[in-house]
Design a protein around this ligand. Structure first.
Ligand code: ZN
Length: 493
């Protein structure tokens, strides 16, 4: 997963800690102190001390977030922002400062508000280290359906116990909070159920070995019904002689019924990006599948040219010879209903030396399809620092109405929420000149956060297949013969 994390791009904030924070960081960095390093009991004491410190820091961050929220709302009111719109961009700024995604910033601000304004005893337990940030979050979450007054009452009811949660697991903590909440407001259970149904959704997240988890959060009756229908169908196919396992049949049926085709890909596009060496010369540089992440080179080649696709159309578009040295292959697979899987190969060019993707500019206000694809390939996910959300909109970094050109350099892939935040008064994005596409995002407080596009594929450190091509011919022949010999050897334990 390290590669996936790095692929989000080099994103740094331009920030210097205050003197008091620097002193605190230096004090923490001195642990374990030399005097204690030979005494096991003292080392355990230090672990506890630091744990308490983490909790106290979380409590301080909650208080700061609430004060910041109030100050921003006051400033927005003075600037004439309508009451309904005040508070916009606050969570996004907290997220950037805490190096978290915007959606997590929202949750952190909600947690801070609940702790500071409605749950003082829980906040005190966080301050003293008796609860850590995660366990305080559980208490806030389990009382979220209550009115402010009821939440305060539950906080008070639990307060004598907050200290004795020592030794209780997360489940015990949740059970205690839930019991107190249900007792205080029995109707909240019903409201919670109806609220839960409104949260239904389907999500996709990567699993190892080019697999994915497609998860549906559903009301229990629908979930159980779907599972029963898939099981029944799989059982009937197996009794008719299908040799696939029940699990395989259920998964295949789910794909078939959802997409309307046994292949599971119909009228949709998979964007698979790889270097020309990976595509044509058996190179090992991994490819990138949009919406998933990094995939092995061999898997990408097989997906491009699966067995039985001899008649599929393969064509090349978008070639711009003469611009560059290194090239990257942009690959798109798509199929219409009842058609063979079609594969397009688009050539994307990288600047020699820097590996930056290059292409043409446009004088139109809207980004054309080619530019859009290009920016999606370059940015991979939302360009706001720490936001991993998929790209939903290609945005002008310098707005078009401020004479910002419709160019790759002035374009950035953003998720919907971040595009909205960027439009709020006081936010400003600019591109920096330099070899890598870099955006500086300035927030209303005057802080600047930097986002650099992830390195293009095939421009990282060392690509074995590429390196191998530089071997002298004699050495290469020797290498191939050695490989063949190794294949003929029987495997021994
Ligand atoms: Zn975003």
């Amino acid at each position: 997963m390290k590669a996936a994390a790095l692929s989000a791009g080099a994103q740094e904030d331009v920030y210097t800690p205050s003197a008091s924070a620097r002193d605190l960081i230096a004090a923490v960095a001195s642990f374990p102190s030399k005097a204690c390093s030979d005494h096991s009991a003292e080392l355990i004491d230090q672990l506890r001390d630091l744990e308490d410190l983490k909790s106290a820091v979380a409590a301080a961050q909650a208080r700061i977030a609430v004060v910041f929220d109030l100050a921003e709302r006051r400033a927005q009111a003075e600037a004439g922002v309508p009451a309904a719109d005040r508070g916009q961009g606050v969570a996004a700024q907290i997220a950037l400062a805490r190096r978290e995604s915007p959606s997590r910033g929202n949750r952190l601000l909600g947690l801070a508000r609940a702790l500071v304004t409605e749950m003082p005893h829980t906040l005190a337990a966080l301050d003293s280290g008796r609860l850590n940030e995660w366990r305080a979050t559980l208490l806030v979450r389990e009382t979220a359906c209550l009115s402010a007054a009821d939440r305060c009452a539950v906080d008070e009811e639990l307060s004598p116990h907050t200290g004795t949660f020592d030794g209780a697991g997360d489940r015990a903590l949740i059970a205690a909070a839930r019991t107190a909440a249900y007792r205080r407001d029995p109707r909240s259970a019903t409201q919670r159920v109806s609220h839960a149904a409104a949260e239904r959704h389907v999500s996709l997240r990567p699993a190892p070995d080019t697999m994915t988890y497609l998860t549906a959060l559903l009301p229990v009756a629908q979930g159980v019904g779907m599972y029963a229908a898939l099981t029944r169908h799989a059982d009937s196919l197996r009794s008719a002689g299908d040799t696939r396992s029940r699990g395989q049949l259920m998964a295949d049926t789910l794909v078939e019924r959802t997409t309307g085709t046994p292949r599971g890909i119909t009228g949709v596009e998979l964007q698979l990006v790889m270097t020309d060496r990976t595509l044509l010369r058996g190179g090992n540089e991994p490819a990138h599948l949009n919406g998933y992440g990094i995939v092995p080179a061999a898997w990408a080649r097989t997906t491009m040219n699966p067995a039985g696709m001899a008649n599929s159309a393969t064509r090349t578009t978008g070639s711009r010879p003469g611009i560059t040295g290194g090239t990257a292959g942009g690959v798109v697979g798509s199929a219409g209903p009842g058609q063979e899987l079609r594969v397009w190969v688009r050539r994307l060019y990288t600047a020699p030396g820097t590996g930056d993707l290059l292409a043409v500019d446009s004088s139109a206000r809207l980004f054309n399809e080619g530019q859009r694809r290009f920016i999606e390939v370059r940015d991979r996910s939302c360009r706001t620092p720490y936001c991993d959300a998929p790209i939903r909109q290609v945005d002008h970094v310098l707005p078009w109405q401020d004479a910002g050109p419709t160019s790759l350099w002035n374009g950035a892939g953003l998720c919907e929420a971040c595009n909205h935040t960027k439009e709020i008064n006081g936010w400003k994005a600019t591109t920096r000149t330099g070899p890598t596409h870099t955006i500086d995002l300035r927030t209303p407080t005057g802080h600047t956060y930097r986002s650099a596009a992830p390195p293009a594929l095939g421009t990282g450190s060392g690509e074995p297949a590429h390196a191998q091509s530089r071997l002298p011919r004699r050495e290469k022949r020797h290498h191939i013969r050695a490989l063949k010999r190794a294949h003929r050897q029987p495997l021994t334990a």
